[in-house]
Design a protein around this ligand. Structure first.
Ligand code: SF4
Length: 702
């Protein structure tokens, strides 16, 4: 075998780093950062650097399709034809008896765009249900609604190159030093070269991101809206707003001003648990800046108030006119590598292809005509947690889970397990035999992983990158796109005659024509030649789409951005004497999601190898807990048993659990989502992982 070298993209976070994969004569692969890639310029974080270990260790891989003859029967090996025939027969029968909305697909922000496109076309166009949702619902849906309600469309208007231009960063509800490391390296370097650059961090915990901060506002969980509106008030009072931009390019400022000016700064500071002077200082940093970037992630999005938090933050960009110009604008940090690609193809229960709107009959007709079908269903589909409710209620009979691990990642895990038990038919399509859904599955389909299939992904800055196929998948595993095409063919559908991933991409690109995310001029050839491009991409001659809204025209009905005053605030569950502490959850540096990949890499386990509860020594002492003690963290829905780790970097009254671990020992649970609840944002339907009420006690053996 000849040594080979291919370019690809890291499959972990939404930063979207370019990678070079080298394969030696024996077929062993090595990964290094692509020095020519504009995102990472050769750098990789620990997760990216160790990608090849995940690919090489195939000990946990699913190798062939498996099927149960009936509930309670063991899984048995079958061939692909048998597996697909069973899937098609069960789906046909259920749809015939109970209608199209009795089936659903739950997919992943780690699926490639082509896979997302196919499953969306299959569900909406051919099975006639909008029940196709994704774990991106747990990640970005509040940001999506924030963008739509302010800018008119789900559009990140800036690029990473704005980092090197900005002189003020507001990092809210995010720990990019650990979770988006390569973006953070760029910010660190920029501040090193430009020490006057101001960094404001808003987080209830002192994280590694705070090491670089000029100001850390350690707010009480859930008080973000109050804080950003207080900052808005300060900016108005100091005259640091852009009246020309407001008057000519926005609506809603008067209502915004009326509300924020009525709110006392002292009271807001008290609610947030920070000082008035710190709010004023943060506002002065923003007011004095020439380039102001807001960066945020799950701290805002994963909340029962997620959309309001997004609106209040984006408002700061709008009232100061910091949008559509170099170094300025909102930059939501995508958690998953292709959450944005999934949104582009409309791969969610509430979206349509190319940012078309599901409730717009013309948009539905455009897509239906393009697919050559009569019509698309108009009823919004079930979102992630709504699917669980529908399984419980028995209205959703069959669920097909692709590339995600909902028994660990969805809130209120025990409820998810019970719901899965009620399903008539569960399909799990995955790479790993460790996926927690397998015991509940009637059909298990082995999928190809990263480097074993070709496709594209879009990162947080609208950058579409190509991923090469470098290795053959193990056993009988197949690329997800091929599995979906097999199923569509078994169902007798005619619109799935795709010879390869490039053909799927070509059709997706053609469907974007004439929309604001038009990539109709893009194909694999251009992507391979240029490495990556940002959307829109309407011609090979156009300059790069680095920054949007430079003409100050927004895709709203009147072309003006909308300054939105957030209504309801703090819709989280309330503490009480039984549950006096607030639990917040999040990532640790070297782990990814439910650890089915990073958990295999011993180098990544070196950083933190066991789950823990972060608790302030004051709260621990009050409960007679010593550092390292096993404690029971009890919430309204369940509990976890775990070691206590003292930290004065968390507020008194707040505790933290990492999100990654599932069931680790029999009768001993470290699964954080045993505790988290079913509160969702009323607009985005995104679950709240950042605010559950709990009590903590020292564990004593019964
Ligand atoms: Fe991969 Fe994200 Fe790390 Fe880049 S920053 S190497 S995309 S995990």
């Amino acid at each position: 075998m000849k040594p080979q070298q291919s370019k690809s993209t890291c499959s972990y976070c939404g930063v979207g780093c370019g990678i070079i994969v080298q394969q030696d004569k024996k077929g062993k692969i090595k990964v290094k950062g692509d020095p020519d890639h504009p995102v990472n310029k050769g750098l990789l974080c620990a997760k990216g650097m160790n990608l090849h270990y995940v690919v090489e260790d195939r000990s946990d891989r699913l190798l062939y399709p498996q099927m149960r003859r009936g509930k309670g029967h063991p899984l048995e090996r079958v061939d692909w034809d048998t597996a697909m025939s069973r899937a098609a027969a069960v789906f046909k029968s259920i749809i015939q008896k109970f209608g199209p909305d009795s089936v659903g697909f739950y997919v992943s922000g780690q699926c490639l765009t082509e896979e997302y496109y196919l499953v969306n076309k299959l569900a909406k166009g051919y099975l006639k249900t909008n029940n196709i949702d994704t774990n991106s619902r747990l990640c970005m849906s509040s940001a999506v609604m924030g963008y739509i309600q302010t800018l008119g469309e789900d559009t990140v208007p800036v690029s990473y190159e704005d980092i090197e231009i900005a002189d003020c960063f507001l990092v809210a509800g995010a720990n990019p030093a650990w979770c988006h490391p390569i973006i953070w390296r760029r910010i660190e370097k920029h501040k090193e070269l430009n020490p006057g650059t101001k960094i404001i961090v808003v987080d209830p915990r002192v994280t590694q991101t705070c090491d670089l901060a000029d100001l850390h506002l350690q707010i009480f969980p859930g008080t973000d809206v109050v804080l950003y509106q207080a900052m808005g008030r300060c900016l108005i009072e100091s005259g640091d707003i852009d009246l020309h931009f407001i008057q000519n390019h926005t609506d809603g400022f008067e209502a915004y001003q009326n509300v924020v000016m009525q709110k006392s700064l002292e009271k807001s500071a008290l609610i947030c648990g920070v000082s008035v002077s710190d709010i004023q200082l943060a506002s002065s940093y923003i007011g004095e800046s020439k380039g102001f970037l807001t960066l945020w992630a799950m701290g805002l999005n994963q909340s029962a108030d997620g959309v309001n938090k997004n609106l209040a933050l984006i408002d700061l960009n709008l009232i100061t006119g910091h949008i559509g110009k170099p170094g300025s604008g909102p930059l939501s940090l995508t958690g998953q590598p292709n959450a944005m690609g999934g949104r582009e193809v409309g791969g969610m229960a509430t979206l349509l292809s190319a940012h078309r709107k599901l409730d717009n009959p013309e948009h539905r007709k455009e897509v239906a005509d393009f697919w050559g079908i009569e019509e698309l269903p108009d009823k919004p589909g079930l979102t992630a947690t709504q699917m669980i409710s529908a399984l419980e209620e028995g209205t959703l009979k069959a669920i097909w889970i692709i590339c995600t691990n909902p028994m660990v990642s969805l809130p209120d895990s025990k409820r998810v397990e019970e719901a899965m038990k009620k399903a008539r038919f569960v399909v799990v399509q995955d790479i790993s035999s460790k996926t927690a859904g397998i015991p509940f599955a009637d059909l298990v389909l082995p999928a190809a992983g990263w480097a074993e299939k070709e496709g594209t992904m879009t990162n947080s800055e609208r950058r579409i990158s190509h991923l090469s196929k470098i290795l053959n998948p193990p056993g009988e595993a197949l690329p997800d796109a091929e599995i979906l095409i097999k199923f569509a063919n078994k169902m007798g559908f005619s619109g799935f005659d795709f010879p390869d991933a490039a053909a799927v991409f070509k059709e997706h690109a053609a469907l974007t024509k004439g929309t604001n995310i038009d990539i109709s001029a893009l194909d694999y050839g251009i992507l391979k030649e240029r490495g990556s491009v940002q959307w829109p991409f309407v011609s090979t001659d156009q300059p790069p789409s680095v920054r949007l809204f430079t003409d100050k025209k927004f895709p709203t009905p009147n072309g003006r951005a909308q300054i939105r005053i957030s209504g309801a605030q703090n819709q989280h569950e309330a503490t009480d004497p039984d549950f006096p502490l607030i639990l917040t959850t999040g990532r640790i540096r070297d782990q990814w999601h439910t650890m089915t990949r990073t958990g295999k890499v011993s180098k990544l386990m070196k950083h933190i190898d066991t789950p823990f509860l972060e608790i302030h020594p004051h709260d621990a002492k009050q409960r007679g807990i010593a550092e390292g003690d096993t404690v029971v963290v009890k919430g309204r829905r369940g509990e976890v048993r775990i070691h206590a780790k003292f930290s004065d970097k968390i507020r008194v009254g707040v505790v933290f659990l990492p999100m990654h671990w599932g069931k680790i020992l029999e009768n001993d649970f470290a699964r954080t989502n045993n505790i988290t609840g079913n509160a969702i944002d009323p607009v985005s339907k995104q679950p709240d992982f950042k605010y559950s009420v709990v009590e903590v006690a020292k564990f004593s053996k019964p």
